[in-house]
Design a protein around this ligand. Structure first.
Ligand SMILES: [Zn+2]
Ligand SMILES: [Zn+2]
Length: 241
């Protein structure tokens, strides 16, 4: 049975959210026009969103319209560790701007909105109830930033989709920023960087903000597989083309 304080907290939180929506109508985070319903984005900006419509089912690389559902050339040649990867967006304007603001400028409202959009996109893939596992930052970077962007996306995503979110990975090596490296150096940079710090569920999905070459996700998936995970997929907010 739930105790009174937790019931109170939940109804108080709901009341606060409703009051906030009434007192502070949503505004577009890109142009400041009135938002659409509860979303902090106007209809005009919404039409510019680069949804990932046709993509490789294993690595989420955008492919020509009509080719979606068929593995891309790379994935047909070699089987990766990830069973499947889904991206909500292609990493293009204005999602790249929103993600940079979320990641580097402390704009948590941008993160919340992106998580809402990810939830709409990933709802059909949530059958089977995978456990969501955010790809963690190293403790040093977490201390500097004050929050972990993958966890900030994974938690609301899990809550909206009724899934469990478990932070069972730890980044044990403070790796160099991936953005400064080429593809081969990225793989070398993050290989062996993760370890599991709690029991691993059989079916899970890694959650991250951006996928570029996939080296970080592959390394995290490798650690989870070694710890006993049977099925590891990935959901990312945006995939770099
Ligand atoms: Zn707008
Ligand atoms: Zn592929």
């Amino acid at each position: 049975m739930q105790n009174l304080p937790s019931l109170f907290n939940r109804s108080a939180r709901r009341w606060l959210l409703h009051t906030q929506a009434w007192l502070l109508p949503s505004r577009c985070l890109l142009c400041d026009a009135p938002g659409t319903g509860m979303l902090d984005m106007c209809r005009a900006c919404e039409t510019t969103l680069p949804w990932s419509l046709a993509a490789c089912p294993r690595c989420a690389m955008p492919v020509p319209a009509g080719d979606g559902g068929t593995p891309c050339g790379d994935c047909s040649r070699r089987r990766g560790i990830l069973e499947s990867t889904l991206a909500t967006f292609v990493y293009q304007w204005p999602v790249d701007t929103l993600l940079r603001r979320f990641k580097f400028d402390g704009d948590l409202a941008a993160g919340r909105m992106l998580a809402q959009m990810m939830a709409c996109r990933f709802a059909p893939a949530s059958v089977g109830n995978p456990v969501l596992v955010p790809v963690p930052l190293h403790d040093n970077r977490l201390r500097g930033r004050g929050y972990d962007q993958a966890a900030e996306l994974a938690r609301p995503l899990a809550s909206v989709l009724g899934l469990e979110c478990r932070a069972i990975l730890r980044r044990r090596i403070a790796t160099a920023a991936q953005s400064s490296l080429d593809a081969v150096a990225r793989r070398r940079n993050v290989w062996g960087a993760f370890q599991c710090v709690a029991p691993v569920p059989a079916h899970l999905v890694l959650v991250d903000d951006v996928m570029t070459t996939g080296a970080t996700l592959q390394s995290a998936a490798q650690a989870l597989r070694q710890a006993g995970a049977r099925q590891v997929g990935a959901w990312v907010c945006a995939r770099a083309p």
